[in-house]
Ligand binder design. Sequence first.
Ligand SMILES: NC(=O)c1ccc[n+]([C@@H]2O[C@H](COP(=O)([O-])OP(=O)(O)OC[C@H]3O[C@@H](n4cnc5c(N)ncnc54)[C@H](O)[C@@H]3O)[C@@H](O)[C@H]2O)c1
Length: 274
Amino acid sequence: MPSTLDNRSAATDTAPTAPPDTPPAPTAEHPRVALVSGAARGIGAAVAAELHATGALVALLDRDDEGVRRTAFALDPTGRTALPLAADVSDTPALRAAVARVTEHWRAPDILVNNAALSVPASIWDVREDEWDTVMAVNLRGVLQLTRLCAPAMRDRGWGRVVNVTSLAGQQGGRLMGPHYSASKAGILVLTKIFARELAGHGVTVNAVAPAVIETPVMDGLGAEERAAMSRAIPVGRLGQPAEVAALAAYLASDAAGYVTGATFDINGGSFMR
Ligand SMILES: NC(=O)c1ccc[n+]([C@@H]2O[C@H](COP(=O)([O-])OP(=O)(O)OC[C@H]3O[C@@H](n4cnc5c(N)ncnc54)[C@H](O)[C@@H]3O)[C@@H](O)[C@H]2O)c1
């Protein structure tokens, strides 16, 4: 477990400096550098692929070492534009080492996508304390720490994009994935706004995407009947695709989205309309 002091150093190591007047634009020699957590599969892998397709150099972070190597290799077998990083987002020293590796390899990330998460289905009456703590450490503290490790360089550079992956469960108190999962995703909505306020004056935007029922490996356990019932309950009439979430995340990570910050974008087939 990281100590309080350890956590504090992550936040205060990097005192604010004035951003440059003209933030650097990406060029062929200096493309954007993106870091995507939970990138071995599912939505994270789709986001990594989409950012890579836009010309970014992409660091793929996941606790699944073999999986993330495979996904990075699929993007670029030469390894020049896709870098696999094995780390658990609940392990702050490992995150610090991973960000340092990206910085040495290319430069500090311009774009961070906080996507890694886990769920442990349980009812609010019987969720265990250790499970609660684990889910919070991965899903919520991981976002806090990785953002604190990456955002100062974005702020100093005067350009940055942070995209946090939350969930409809965090907006509506969904029970399916566990109360700790939903509470952690609700926490991300608040962290998104706090970081957005902190960084808005420095060319760094922080937004969230809130998907629901996206066809990733977490859905593999569903039978055909369950899948059909789920689809019927969604106004659009089908499950979402990881590439659809990736397209939204890539927009939020683009130059075009510079006036969007502190926002949450629903991507749920119409399941929740504000
Ligand atoms: N699939 C959906 O329907 C859905 C709906 C709402 C929100 N989401 C959110 O989208 C994101 C991705 O979901 P998915 O369906 O692609 O999940 P997934 O389980 O398919 O992929 C998650 C990835 O995160 C990695 N990961 C898990 N814990 C980690 C840790 N501690 N450190 C580093 N990596 C870790 C896993 O190894 C895996 O590669 C999550 O934040 C999830 O909460 C998904």
